[in-house]
Design a protein around this ligand. Structure first.
Ligand SMILES: Nc1nc2c(ncn2[C@@H]2O[C@H](COP(=O)(O)OP(=O)(O)OP(=O)(O)O)[C@@H](O)[C@H]2O)c(=O)[nH]1
Ligand SMILES: [Zn+2]
Length: 298
């Protein structure tokens, strides 16, 4: 008997359990052996083992791969995304460390990034938050102001055109309103999440897995669980300096061709930090990431 083959897209991942969608059908999938190198957004070749189950034979070539990592291993966040939306809000406060780490990850992966400032209806902190975000605008990252709860229709009107024909991943710290935005953009998101959770057998932990939704037939959105840390141990020194968009105008301007921009004399990056063209916080993060990249155990 000839086994049936399918091509599908991975729409959710939980541990070594994956859910794929192929020809409109959801399939529970496992990998061959102990492989865990499959990411949400991956296009995969499948062999059906039952009407709703399959084995992943092959991951098709990825256009992009976004990941984070700790000292011990890297963790795939999403495959084939074309842009990253980082959701921040007027309240509660966000941390520049996490926003910048996400931006560095996107640069390293060759993915465009935008910041979405949610809750602009909370006017107390609005001016302060806008000023904080100017740092990213100056680097060339667009900032879009929305209010998922206060002005839902305007929010959809602002975001939908940016997401057309794109595969967008949304990330944000807890409380920024990422779920509110997803529910606004994908009205059936809650139902889909319950179904996926049941299929993956994740029990009550419905928000702890990454999942992909279709906005329409040309656009997808990936929702990833709120992140509290964003390790970038996998980035090499050479990749790091280039992943800081604000460093780019100065690279090549240092006295020493192998300058690490830490304490070398006549360093164009350090000069830019001194004159305020590069934020101190960004340079400190760069130093921290250099340190992290030297600590990998894999
Ligand atoms: N004032 C105001 N509150 C909002 C807005 N959007 C979301 N909220 C509120 O902010 C809180 C957090 O929203 P969620 O959508 O659950 O945030 P989240 O980022 O998904 O947070 P986690 O589920 O913890 O990851 C909720 O109480 C929302 O009602 C907004 O535009 N304005
Ligand atoms: Zn330098």
């Amino acid at each position: 008997m000839k086994k049936e083959q399918r091509t599908g897209i991975i729409i959710a991942a939980h541990g070594r359990h994956y859910l794929a969608e192929a020809d409109g059908t959801r399939l529970q999938c496992v990998t061959r052996g102990k492989k865990t190198n499959v990411a949400v957004g991956d296009i995969v070749d499948l062999t059906l083992t039952s009407p709703d189950q399959a084995v992943i034979d092959k991951i098709q070539e990825r256009k992009t791969l976004l990941y984070r990592s700790d000292q011990y291993k890297s963790k795939l966040l999403a495959a084939n995304v074309t842009q990253l939306f980082i959701v921040v809000a007027t309240e509660p406060g966000y941390t520049d460390d996490l926003v910048s780490r996400a931006l560095v990850a996107s640069e390293a992966a060759g993915i465009a990034a935008r910041l979405i400032l949610n809750k602009v209806d909370v006017t107390e902190n609005l001016e302060h938050t806008r000023r904080r975000l100017e740092m990213y605008t100056a680097m060339g990252y667009p900032v879009h102001e929305v209010s998922a709860k206060g002005r839902p229709q305007e929010t959809v009107d602002a975001l939908a055109p940016l997401m057309a024909e794109q595969s967008t991943i949304l990330i944000g710290q807890s409380g920024m309103g990422k779920s509110s935005l997803i529910n606004l953009l994908i009205p059936d998101a809650d139902i889909a999440t319950r179904e996926i959770s049941a299929a993956l057998d994740t029990g009550k932990h419905t928000t702890t897995f990454t999942r992909l939704y279709h906005l329409d037939s040309h656009a997808t959105v990936i929702d990833s669980p709120g992140f509290q840390e964003f390790g970038l141990y996998h980035l090499s020194e050479g990749m790091l300096e280039r992943a800081f968009k604000d460093f780019q105008p100065y690279l090549g301007g240092c006295k020493y061709y192998n300058c690490r921009h830490l304490q070398e004399p006549q360093c164009a990056v350090l000069d830019a930090v001194r004159t305020g063209k590069i934020a101190k916080m960004r340079h400190e993060l760069y130093g921290q990431l250099l340190h992290e990249s030297a600590q990998t155990l894999y």
